[in-house]
Write a protein that binds this ligand. Structure first.
Ligand code: SF4
Length: 249
């Protein structure tokens, strides 16, 4: 039913159009997305090394598109510095959003170490909720996820319709890790300052560790737990999940 509604609003068949988009470059997908949905389209980024190709292409194709950075309060200082460096270098339209529950309130309500005891709740409060707020009234959300990153992501399509009617757009979906690195080298793009120390995938400091060369790209995220996703790309629009987390007013 939701698929049919989206087909009517966009005037295209999502499934059929996905087959075409699989053959488009990230730049062409981004140009189409901005032209089709502006100003109701935003991108999001965690500003790590592998994010840079998408940000670089946004800067070429649609520099006006807002790029959301969720400041959880738990980032490495190096990530904040890298974000500022990329903004200065490429003129990105970065919008910083913070959780409704501030870090001091979080500590007061739940004590320290919530990320260890209940990382799903911690991610909901610090990532999912602020992103949900930014997406109110939006038609499209661009993110840099790739099929080769996790099991969940391997089954995604370039266009993913959410239960709310929001269209998620994944311009980098079909790129491999190798293509990302070739692009970085070809365009001499900057690396996250922690990359040389083994941080291939960087999230919040308490939930990220460096990895060895034999490990998967995201093995350092929530290491030692079953968790592989923060919820931004799995639970958004999952009303059962959103209702199940108990966030005090
Ligand atoms: S990544 Fe860790 S610290 Fe950051 S929001 Fe999720 S659980 Fe909390």
């Amino acid at each position: 039913m939701t698929q049919n509604r989206a087909t009517t609003r966009l005037g295209l068949d999502i499934s059929h159009f996905n087959d075409r988009l699989d053959r488009w470059s990230p730049g062409d997908i981004l140009a189409w997305a901005w032209e089709t949905f502006k100003p109701k389209a935003i991108a999001s980024s965690s500003f790590q090394t592998q994010s840079v190709p998408l940000l670089h292409i946004i800067a070429q194709v649609c520099p006006e598109m807002p790029v959301i950075f969720i400041d959880t309060g738990f980032h490495f200082l190096e990530t904040l510095a890298f974000r500022d460096e990329l903004q200065a270098r490429y003129g990105l339209n970065i919008v910083v959003v913070r959780p409704a529950v501030r870090k001091s309130q979080l500590l007061e309500r739940y004590g320290g170490g919530l990320y260890r005891r209940d990382p799903d709740l911690c991610c909901y409060i610090n990532k999912v909720e602020p992103m949900q707020r930014m997406l109110v009234g939006m038609s499209a959300w661009v993110s840099g996820v790739r099929r080769d990153q996790t099991t969940h992501r391997s089954s995604l399509r370039v266009l993913e319709l959410q239960p709310t009617g929001l269209l998620k757009i994944h311009p980098m979906l079909n790129w491999t890790k190798q293509e990302v690195w070739e692009y970085i080298e070809r365009h001499r793009l900057p690396y996250h300052p922690l990359y040389p120390a083994g941080y291939l995938s960087v999230g919040c400091a308490p939930c990220t560790r460096p990895i060895s060369t034999s490990e998967e790209e995201r093995a350092g995220r929530w290491a030692g737990t079953e968790k592989t996703e923060c919820g931004l790309h799995t639970e958004w629009g999952n009303l059962e999940f959103l209702n199940s987390v108990n966030v005090e007013e």
